[in-house]
Design a binder for this molecule. Structure first.
Ligand code: CP
Length: 321
């Protein structure tokens, strides 16, 4: 049997996505009260999970290592200096060889094709730990946080405003929003918007009959109007360091502040999210560390998201129940 992989939230039905969120939340409650659920206890015992990271990481590395350990497995961290991931060996060879020795691969790569190729040739499940196009583990954690904050029953009908660079974190978040009935408005400067092919993919991933909308603008205030949640990410992702000066200039006026939210007409109760790592240019300290900020619960939820994804794709072999 071909294994089932998690490369993007687009790979999930709305029901499967909701189930991953519910499992993450219920495991969080149980484990924090000192009970390891039977669905997890020892389920990766004797199994090795390869964590193949071509790029640095704090949250994704720590959460996936801790998640594997909590289920009794062995997380084998393989950094860019350790293995021939996309260097000196084809991805086909790497995938066939590593998947013959481990129970799953969790991979952080550069181009999305790299993780797609690993998955194509792997005999075990592959979980995308961030590619140039998608970051599904982040979106699971984000929606766990949104459900905790607003109440599971009140998520449908919320409005998210993404203000900043249209990047991989946004793409999976937008897919998640449309699957959950959440409107998402994106404000990005000209030249930094969602690429047309990605926009098509996001819209195509919406369930039939969904009334949730994806809208785009170059004006932050337009996206913010009536929003419940303001979200941003770094303006300079890994690998874009040489574009720093150009990007800082292009994104002027996009910093999330109380003043911008007021001017844009966010709801009085608006909350703030950011996947981290954070830089002060995209959000000021008042918002990032203030009463509206969900950033640290959101980061912690990366652990519960990783546990839920490993349970669904490795323990239960893609049968998300
Ligand atoms: N949000 C996130 O993926 O963080 P890391 O890059 O530190 O893993």
């Amino acid at each position: 049997f071909a294994p089932r992989h998690l490369l993007s939230i687009a790979d999930l039905t709305p029901t499967e996505f909701s189930t991953l969120l519910s499992n993450a939340s219920s495991h969080k409650t149980a484990i924090k009260s000192g009970v390891t659920p039977a669905a997890l206890a020892g389920k990766l015992s004797g199994k090795t999970i390869a964590l193949m990271f071509s790029k640095r990481s704090t949250r994704t590395r720590v959460s996936t290592e801790a998640a594997v350990t909590s289920m009794g497995g062995h997380p084998m961290f393989l950094g860019s200096g350790d293995i021939q991931l996309g260097v000196n060996e084809s991805l086909y060879d790497t995938s066939v060889v590593i998947s013959s020795m481990v129970s799953a691969m969790v991979a952080r790569v550069n181009a999305h094709d790299e993780v797609a190729n690993l998955a194509k040739h792997s005999s075990v499940p592959v979980i995308n730990a961030l590619s140039a196009d998608f970051h599904p583990l982040q979106t699971i954690a984000d929606f766990v946080t949104i459900q905790e904050t607003f109440g599971k029953e009140k998520v449908q009908g919320l409005k998210v405003a993404w203000v900043g660079d249209a990047n991989n974190v946004l793409f999976d978040l937008a897919i998640g929003c449309l699957k959950m009935g959440v409107d998402i408005a994106v404000a990005a400067p000209a030249g930094y918007e969602i690429p047309a092919a990605m926009k098509q993919l996001i819209l195509a991933s919406a369930p039939k009959g969904s009334t949730a909308k994806l809208t785009e603008t170059n004006v932050p205030e337009e996206a913010i109007k009536g929003s419940d949640i303001l979200v941003t990410d770094t303006w300079i992702s890994m690998g874009q360091e040489e574009e720093s000066a150009k990007r800082l200039k292009a994104f002027a006026g996009y910093q999330i502040t109380e003043e911008l939210a007021r001017r844009g007409g966010a709801k009085d109760s608006w909350r703030f999210m950011h996947c981290l790592p954070r830089h002060s240019e995209e959000v000021d300290d008042e918002v990032f560390y203030g009463r509206r900020s969900l950033v640290f619960p959101e980061a912690e939820n990366r652990l519960w998201a990783a546990i839920s994804a490993l349970e669904g794709f490795v323990v239960n072999k893609g049968n998300i129940v």
